[in-house]
Design a protein around this ligand. Sequence first.
Ligand SMILES: C[S@@+](CC[C@H](N)C(=O)[O-])C[C@H]1O[C@@H](n2cnc3c(N)ncnc32)[C@H](O)[C@@H]1O
Length: 275
Amino acid sequence: MNHLKTGEVIGKRRRELGLTQNQLAGLLNISFQAISKWENGTAYPDIETLPKLAAALHTTVDALLGYSSVTTDYDRRYTTEEYYWGLTPNRICYDIMKILPPVKPYRVLDMGCGEGKDAVFFAKCGYEVTAFDISERGIEKAKKLAEHNKVEVTFFKADIYDYRPDTEYDIIFSSGVLHFVPQTQRRELSDSLRAHTACNGINALNVFVEKPFITRAKDGSRDEQKRYLWRSGELFGYYYDWLFHTCKEEIFDCNSSGTPHKHCMDTLIAQKVEG
Ligand SMILES: C[S@@+](CC[C@H](N)C(=O)[O-])C[C@H]1O[C@@H](n2cnc3c(N)ncnc32)[C@H](O)[C@@H]1O
């Protein structure tokens, strides 16, 4: 275990949540100097403080200690042979195809690809696809699906907290994932996605939105504690200067946890058109 890394993780998560050292200290009922020492790597949280610290930072003790192989609740959902989200591509995939049909191997990035149904669909249609998810089990199943369909997709495990593209894409796509990104990180994430989108390229994204009249569904999972609903319209603002093909908000019924509930979702398909 690398103690300095633990300090770095604490500092990074605290900043992502927009907390000052004083505010985090207040949540834990300790001095801000203790937080400062942890983050500098000159002292370490004691064993009894770790679970409270993990809860305050909306993360796990494993993640604080720098272990990357944290099992997510999605890993558990993805343990069966069946595909948890089915194999029918998301309807946004068809909307994307209408704007950039695969007349050449456009480069697609699918962020939070789950078990890979959309990534494999794009690859089957002739796109050049890269896709990641935090769930190791999801990535294993996605690779299997690509193999079964005899298509090449670059799948890898990554966390959207730290992952930023290092190359350009024509289509950046993400469905049902961006509520795992805290509000304080969204401007920086969207700046990076925009910068790594080719001219005339597309960002196709959807986000779960908070509405006072919709009760938040509780499934009791650990992942649930890491959800940060978006403000209505927030997503659209980050792309105000792009061409909007789809910009909509809808409320729909869901039964994913076994308890019927409703979600509100904002969907944006925007194109980087340069004047
Ligand atoms: C609702 S599912 C959507 C999966 C896929 N996009 C689809 O539409 O079928 C949410 C996905 O986000 C992934 N996820 C959750 N937190 C993540 C993170 N921090 N980084 C990357 N992926 C994450 C989960 O493992 C899960 O596969």
